[in-house]
Design a binder for this molecule. Structure first.
Ligand SMILES: [Zn+2]
Length: 220
């Protein structure tokens, strides 16, 4: 794959930034695409922008505000609480988001002559999002190849690993500190370690603690 181009679906968070570095190792050229759908914190777009600038990666920001128009949810509206009731999808679920993101990323790939699409979706820390499942991504890949009549390949390097293993992947790629200091995962829009309280921060921190413990690192 060394001679080929890839489009990475990129949000500036831990997972997609790890995927970005993974892609830089696998492909000759990497292009990042960020979707703007009026996320709670427009800071997400700024973070994505500054990371791609720092790495010298071409970055496309696509307007997907129609997603918020169709399905207002806790990621796009301040007045909707972030919550996860038993037996229900979390209020952060945006129906159809990955279907749209993968479709638009593939249309962009087609446009710029890239064969590969990389996304950080993951089934392991599965919070019930149906479009993060492997079966969905594979089915979407088949559909897009039929729709565009080309052999695109959707890569999901994080599909079967947990948060601790995602931190290990960052470490293996030599970018643990970069991911820790420069990415934004927090639902409250606080970069790096985040607010420490929201579900995204808890998941990120638990994974990091587990990874550091396994690695035998004692934090000051
Ligand atoms: Zn947080």
């Amino acid at each position: 794959m060394k001679n080929e181009k890839a489009v990475v679906v990129f949000s500036g968070g831990q997972d997609s930034t790890t995927c970005l570095f993974w892609a830089l190792k696998q492909f000759k050229e990497v292009i990042a695409v960020t979707f703007n759908y009026n996320q709670r914190h427009s800071l997400e777009i700024d973070v994505a922008k500054s990371i791609t600038e720092e790495l010298g990666i071409k970055h496309h920001i696509l307007d997907m505000s129609l997603l918020n128009q169709l399905a207002p949810n806790a990621l796009t509206r301040e007045d909707i609480e972030i919550e996860h009731k038993d037996g229900e999808l979390p209020s952060t679920f945006v129906p159809g988001r990955n279907l749209l993101f993968l479709s638009f990323a593939t249309i962009l790939a087609n446009q710029i002559g890239a064969k590969h699409i990389v996304t950080g979706v993951c089934e392991t820390d599965f919070s019930g999002y149906p479009d993060c499942r492997d079966a969905f991504v594979k089915s979407c890949n088949v559909t897009l190849n039929l729709a565009l009549d080309k052999p695109f390949v959707i890569h999901t390097p994080l599909m079967w690993i947990n948060k601790a293993e995602t931190w290990k992947l960052a470490d293996d790629l030599g970018v643990l500190d970069f991911i820790r200091k420069k990415t934004l995962t927090c639902y409250n829009g606080i970069i790096a370690e985040g607010c420490g309280e929201c579900p995204a921060c808890r998941l990120r921190k638990n994974g990091l603690d587990e990874f550091l413990l396994e690695k035998g690192v004692v934090e000051k």
